[in-house]
Design a protein around this ligand. Structure first.
Ligand code: FPP
Length: 247
């Protein structure tokens, strides 16, 4: 019988991004309202953040609320925002205990004032932590982010700070919300959906994709390890041939 591969701690990806999907279906399976699924989703989030720190990931980016999610029923949006405020204020000491730095990407100004304030406080309180960086994508969409980056570069051209010929991948990287964050080597999506849903489109150009049927509230740190083990079995060629990589 073939042995099950184990995680190689010398080949841990630096950055894993996750689309946490399936809270609503999980709640339905349990005969409960959608928010019940989101509340259980927070428990998974906590467990996975803890696991990411233990494995030694440097960055974990979680899709917590997309630009498109604003179109959900008002009660669900309000409940998610409340959950966000409660979770952040409750978890900040745990983040500090585990040496986790919090960052956000997305249109944070579009969040309710109390959310924005709570996030700013948590970012400030955790800014000197040197372990895992937890990046929450909130009111985030990749097309929005790319448009903002293009606008900011256009402004620099208009002000003669940058010439058109200077526009390259590096300049785009620097003008995205994820400036200073390396591209994810691995993107995980839960709940059996095989979509990217406007998430980190620029940054995942060469990411390995991992899909699992598990719904987000059932996803745990053990599942994160399983995804990383799967990633470690793959050969990342970046457009080269296998033979070139072996040289
Ligand atoms: C997707 O499930 C999940 C979300 C839209 C929100 C993710 C939020 C959390 C895990 C909890 C709140 C976050 C924080 C940071 C406190 P879905 O509702 O799309 O599920 P469905 O596809 O089954 O309907």
């Amino acid at each position: 019988m073939e042995e099950k591969p184990v995680i190689n701690l010398e080949k841990i990806p630096e950055h894993v991004a996750i689309i946490m999907d399936g809270n609503g279906r999980w709640a339905k399976e349990h005969g409960k309202a959608r928010i019940f699924g989101h509340k259980h989703g927070v428990l998974s989030l906590r467990n996975v953040v803890e696991g990411a720190g233990e494995i030694g990931l440097k960055f974990l980016t979680l899709y917590a609320f997309s630009t498109e999610n604003w179109n959900r029923p008002k009660v669900e949006v309000a409940a998610l925002m409340q959950l966000l405020v409660n979770t952040i204020s409750k978890e900040v000491s745990e983040l500090n205990k585990n040496n986790v730095r919090l960052l956000t990407i997305g249109d944070i100004k579009s969040l309710p004032n109390n959310c924005e304030r709570e996030l700013e406080k948590a970012i400030e309180k955790t800014k000197n932590n040197t372990g895992l960086t937890l990046v929450l994508a909130l009111s985030y969409s990749s097309k929005w982010e790319i448009i903002e980056a293009v606008k900011s570069i256009a402004k620099k051209v208009e002000n003669n700070e940058v010439s058109i010929n200077d526009i390259d991948e590096k300049l785009m990287d620097e003008n995205l919300q994820t400036a200073l964050i390396p591209d994810p080597e691995l993107l995980i999506r839960t709940s059996g959906e095989h979509r990217i849903s406007n998430y980190l489109l620029w940054q995942i150009a060469y990411s390995e994709l991992y899909f699992t049927n598990k719904l987000w509230p059932d996803f745990s740190k053990e599942d994160l390890v399983e995804a990383i083990v799967d990633y470690q079995q793959r050969e990342r060629r970046f457009g080269l041939t296998s033979e070139q990589l072996k040289k």
